[in-house]
Design a protein around this ligand. Structure first.
Ligand code: PLP
Length: 511
C-alpha cells in the first residue's frame, strides 16, 4: 500500500470509505506503487441473486446499445447495472456501492431516492396521465411549471417551450431562431456560431450545432451555416494568447467572425456558459458579458445552453445570471427534474413571442412533440424545484463548491495533474504528460480513460471529458465528507494509473 493512503473498510451505507493523509510531492517516485483501491462493498438489500445478475449482464452485452460507450468496452468488460440509489450513492447488481461523482449524467441535482418526487409523479398519474399540449389541451402542472420557470429564469425570459431533453431543446432553438428572423423579414439570418468542442446534443441538428469533430464528421454534409470558434480555454488558449494580457480576445473573435460573414447572415450565437462535455471549460469573468455586448451590437440572438449549468449547478440558479448576463434564449434540461423523468425546455424573450404573434392570425410555431409538456414529467419538475428551493441547494452548491475547489487543489501535487478548475459543484482535473509545457499524453495511452476506469472499479463515478479531463459534478446535496471521499478516490485512481505507466511523464524541473 502506498504510504499516505489508508483504506478504511465500510460496513454501513453512508460512511466515508477512504481516509486521506496528505501525500507529499517528494514521496512520489517515478514509479509509484499500485495503490490498493477501495474494497468491494456489499449492500445486501441491493444485490441480486448472482445467477440473475450474470444473466442480466449477458443480456446487456447481447441486446442493449449504449450510444457513447465504445462497443468493445461493453463486450469485454461490461457496464455496471444499477439497482438502487440513495442520496449520493448507487448500488449495482452485485451489491457494490458507488459514490455518484457525476450526478449520474450531470443531472441528479437533488440526489437519488427522493420520495417527494416519486409521490408527486404517482399522484399526477392517478389524476391525469397525459394531455396533448402540442395541439392545445394542456394540464395543471404543465402550466404551473411554465410559470415557475419564467419566475426563476434570467430577466426578460417570459415564454417556455417544453421538450423531452436537451437535444430536442436545441433542435427547437434552430427552428425558433430561423423562424424568428424570417418573421422579422430578415430570412438570410440563418447561420449559427458556436464554440469548438461544444456539445449541444446528439440529434442531427443539435450535433452539428455543436463543435465535436467526431459528431460533425459522422453527420457530413451536416447543416449549412454552422460556424465554430475558439473557446475561452485559458489553460490551453486556442488563439495562442495568455490571460489577462489577451484582454479576452477569444470573445473579440466573435466580432471578427461576424464581420467576415456579415451580421445579416447570422441568426444566433450559442454557448454553454461553462462547457461541460468539452472538458469543463470555465471562461474568465469578462467573457460572457463581452459576448452579450457583441451579440446586441450586431443584432444577433444570444443563446445560452444551460442543460448542465442550470438549476443551481454553478452556485447560481442559472450560470448566465451568475455571470451577470441575460440571454435572449435559454435552453435547459437535466436538473429541472434531477433526471427523475425526461424534460427539456427553451425559455425565450417576450419580443420573440410578440414577433410571431403579430405575423398573422393563423401563424403557429409549427414545432413540437407528442410529449411536449407531459403532465407527469412537469409534476416531477415542480416537486424537484420545490426541493431545490426548500433545501437551499443553490446556496449549498456555492458553499460546498468552495470546499470542492480547495480539495481539487490538493491534487496539484501529483505530477501528471496539469490543471484543476471548478465553479460551484462542477469541476475537472486535466492530466498532462509534462506540466511545464502542458504536453498531452498520446491519445493511444488512454490516460483519462484509464483513470476513469480505475475510479469506477473503486466505486467512484466520474467522466472523461474533452480528452484529457476527468469531470466531477456530484449531486448538490453532497457533504464535505463525501467530497473528501470522492477526491481521495480520484487521487488513488490517478496514482494507480501513474504506477501502471511507470514514469512515462516528465517531472517538472526541480522535482
Ligand atoms: N446541451 C448540453 C450542454 C449538454 O451537456 C447536453 C447533454 O449532456 C445536451 C445539450 C443534450 O441533452 P440530452 O442528452 O438531454 O438530449
Amino acid at each position: 500500500m502506498l504510504a499516505g493512503v489508508v483504506i478504511v473498510s465500510d460496513q454501513t451505507t453512508q460512511e466515508p470509505l477512504l481516509k486521506e493523509e496528505k501525500i507529499m510531492p517528494q514521496k512520489i517516485k517515478s514509479s509509484p506503487k499500485v495503490v490498493p483501491m477501495r474494497p468491494r462493498t456489499k449492500a445486501a438489500s441491493a444485490a441480486l441473486d448472482p445467477r440473475a445478475a450474470k444473466v442480466l449482464h449477458q443480456q446487456d452485452r447481447d441486446h442493449l446499445v449504449h450510444g457513447f460507450v465504445p462497443l468493445q468496452l461493453q463486450q469485454k468488460k461490461g457496464v455496471p447495472i444499477f439497482v438502487k440509489g440513495q442520496g449520493v450513492y448507487l448500488w449495482d447488481t452485485e451489491g457494490k456501492k458507488y459514490i455518484d461523482g457525476l450526478a449520474s449524467l450531470w443531472n441528479v441535482h437533488v440526489g437519488h431516492g427522493r420520495k417527494e418526487i416519486n409521490r408527486a409523479v404517482a399522484a399526477q398519474m392517478d389524476q391525469l396521465a397525459f394531455a396533448p399540449t402540442l395541439i392545445g389541451p394542456t394540464s395543471v402542472p404543465t402550466v404551473q411549471l411554465a410559470t415557475k420557470l419564467t419566475k426563476i429564469a434570467p430577466k426578460g425570459l417570459t415564454r417556455v417551450l417544453f421538450t423531452s431533453g436537451g437535444s430536442e431543446a436545441n433542435e427547437a432553438v434552430i427552428r425558433l431562431v430561423r423562424a424568428y428572423w424570417k418573421a422579422k423579414g430578415q430570412p438570410n439570418k440563418t447561420k449559427f456560431i458556436s464554440l469548438n468542442q461544444a456539445y449541444h446534443g446528439s440529434s442531427s441538428g443539435a450535433a452539428v450545432l455543436g463543435g465535436i469533430p467526431v459528431f460533425n464528421k459522422q453527420m457530413e454534409p451536416g447543416l449549412p451555416g454552422m460556424i465554430h470558434m475558439a473557446r475561452p480555454y485559458c489553460y490551453r488558449c486556442e488563439l495562442g494568447k495568455t490571460y489577462p494580457s489577451c484582454k479576452v480576445d477569444c470573445a473579440t473573435e466573435l466580432e471578427r467572425i461576424i464581420e467576415r460573414e456579415g451580421a445579416d447572415t447570422i441568426g444566433a450565437f450559442i454557448t454553454e456558459p461553462i462547457q461541460g462535455v468539452g472538458g469543463v471549460i470555465i471562461p474568465p469573468a469578462e467573457w460572457l458579458p463581452k459576448i452579450r455586448e457583441i451579440c446586441s451590437k450586431h443584432n444577433i440572438l444570444m443563446v445560452c445552453d444551460e442543460v448542465i449549468t442550470g438549476f443551481g449547478r454553478t452556485g447560481s440558479m442559472f450560470a448566465s445570471a451568475g455571470m451577470g448576463v441575460a440571454p435572449d434564449v435559454l435552453v435547459s434540461a437535466k436538473g429541472v427534474t434531477s433526471g427523475y423523468l425526461p424534460l427539456g425546455l427553451v425559455l425565450f424573450r417576450e419580443e420573440i413571442f410578440q414577433t410571431f404573434l403579430s405575423t398573422g392570425d393563423d401563424y403557429a410555431f409549427w414545432h413540437g412533440y407528442t410529449y411536449t409538456g407531459h403532465p407527469t414529467v412537469c409534476a416531477a419538475g415542480l416537486a424537484n424545484l420545490d426541493i431545490i428551493e426548500r433545501e437551499k441547494l443553490v446556496q449549498k452548491a456555492k458553499e460546498q463548491g468552495k470546499y470542492l475547489a480547495k480539495k481539487l487543489g490538493t491534487l496539484k501535487d501529483l505530477p501528471i495533474v496539469g490543471d484543476v478548475r471548478s465553479q460551484g459543484l462542477i469541476g475537472a482535473v486535466e492530466l498532462v504528460k509534462d506540466r511545464a509545457t502542458k504536453e498531452m499524453f498520446p491519445a493511444d495511452m488512454r490516460i483519462a480513460q484509464k483513470t476513469w476506469e480505475k475510479a469506477l472499479d473503486a466505486g467512484v463515478i466520474t467522466r472523461v471529458a474533452g480528452g484529457n479531463n476527468i469531470a466531477i459534478c456530484p449531486p448538490l446535496i453532497i457533504t464535505k465528507e463525501q467530497i473528501d471521499e470522492l477526491i481521495t478516490a480520484l487521487r488513488n485512481a490517478i496514482l494507480a494509473v501513474m504506477a501502471e505507466i511507470d514514469g512515462q511523464w516528465k517531472m517538472a524541473s526541480g522535482k
